[in-house]
Ligand binder design. Sequence first.
Ligand SMILES: *[C@@H]1O[C@H](CO)[C@@H](O)[C@H](O)[C@H]1NC(C)=O
Ligand SMILES: *[C@@H]1O[C@H](CO)[C@@H](O)[C@H](O)[C@H]1NC(C)=O
Ligand SMILES: *[C@@H]1O[C@H](CO)[C@@H](O)[C@H](O)[C@H]1NC(C)=O
Ligand SMILES: *[C@@H]1O[C@H](CO)[C@@H](O)[C@H](O)[C@H]1NC(C)=O
Length: 417
Amino acid sequence: MGSVSLKIGDGTARFKRASVCSSAVNLLMLFSVIITNIFAFYAFTYSPKELHHHHNPKDISLISEKVSIILREIESSKKKLAQMEKDLLGFDTIDLSKPNIPNELKIFLDHHELPLGKDSRTGITEMVASVGHSCGKSEDLLSQYMNYKVNGLCPDDWSLGQKLILRGCEPLPRRRCFAKTIPKVGLQSFPPSLWKNVSEKIYSWSGIKCKNLSCLNSKKLNRDCAGCFDIVNGYETQRYVKTRGKNDFLIDDVLAMGSGGIRVGFDIGGGSGTFAARMAERNVTVVTGTLNIDAPFNEFIAARGIFPLYLSLDHRFPFYDNVFDLVHAGNGLDVGARPEKLEFLMFDIDRILRAGGLFWLDNFYCSNEDKKKDLTRLIERFGYKKLKWIVGEKINGSGKSEVYLSAVLQKPVRVRL
Ligand SMILES: *[C@@H]1O[C@H](CO)[C@@H](O)[C@H](O)[C@H]1NC(C)=O
Ligand SMILES: *[C@@H]1O[C@H](CO)[C@@H](O)[C@H](O)[C@H]1NC(C)=O
Ligand SMILES: *[C@@H]1O[C@H](CO)[C@@H](O)[C@H](O)[C@H]1NC(C)=O
Ligand SMILES: *[C@@H]1O[C@H](CO)[C@@H](O)[C@H](O)[C@H]1NC(C)=O
């Protein structure tokens, strides 16, 4: 048994490549089923003649012992069969032979042999669908997610899908049902769409506590989004074009540092899409990566005429190496506990940024001195040129001073050693 690992993002599902011709395996399975059934048949029809003549308790105990041996045999055949089915389906992390696994999940994950055998370019012999390897950890939720009517309407369960993603089940499996549609009435043309309210009825509010935009705007949804859905009167209209403190940089100043070569960018954890909107006004295309945590971020961004990317930060960026002129990130970068986690993320950012491209770290909150030191050390290890580097303090709502780091860094050309 060889092992093929298909990587789609970091959601890696491991598949075993069946080295035996699969029809042989099928035959073996059929054989095993027949044997199991013969045992069962034997168990239920076995009635030795002696039994009818003298009901010797010793005989009876002998018989019941035999029956239990047979039953054990059946049990072990069943287990073997389950193991064979598992091997045949070839998943290490999701046990598809379990009885409560929805059929749709099995069908989705079923691998298909290539009609012409081995593909000479890629060397693969079969097509496999991919799901995050951690999906197996949330089998109950996954089964719930894959329980739907084929060709029918999907349950209104996007938040169930997001829950799975947040547990590392990314990518999710595909489904054969129609996602809930919401009439997108009153969409504006581009570019006026960047700063226009649309009816909040065009967003999906299921699974979200707030049911309207004014509710969202009254909340601090995260460090980079307090009232960020008010794109008509709110602070959003000033972001990146007016500064509130030395940690805020103006978008035009940063673009000037790129000396005209900034055309495509990626905004990590980009809130309601205001960064991309300001960039769109300057003819720079920015993809805004965000999940829908507590708010319909993706739909809102799309309604503004901007490209939303629904992806968790644990997922390897679905972009090729060296393609972006600019990466912008705020507190989305705060990926928590282990420093290695931030390191993996930083290496991925570095990977998609081209040499000479800019990494704009925007008002990153350093909860303590160690955090600031760790991040600084990490950034310095990448050898970026510090075009701007500001460590500033802000007084927060409770009168406490908080430390923020803002920087514009330029990726160097690295020469292979
Ligand atoms: C918005 O939703 C909140 C609760 O989520 C509610 O109290 C409020 O009345 C709603 N406002 C409007 C204008 O519908
Ligand atoms: C736009 O929506 C916000 C709530 O997000 C609201 O406060 C504001 O009055 C609306 N503006 C217009 C012009 O409708
Ligand atoms: C953006 O592109 C349009 C069309 O090419 C052009 O008219 C406009 O001046 C550009 N805007 C900026 C800020 O470069
Ligand atoms: C202000 O900062 C302090 C210390 O970091 C923190 O405990 C408090 O929750 C913050 N208050 C607000 C309103 O953010």
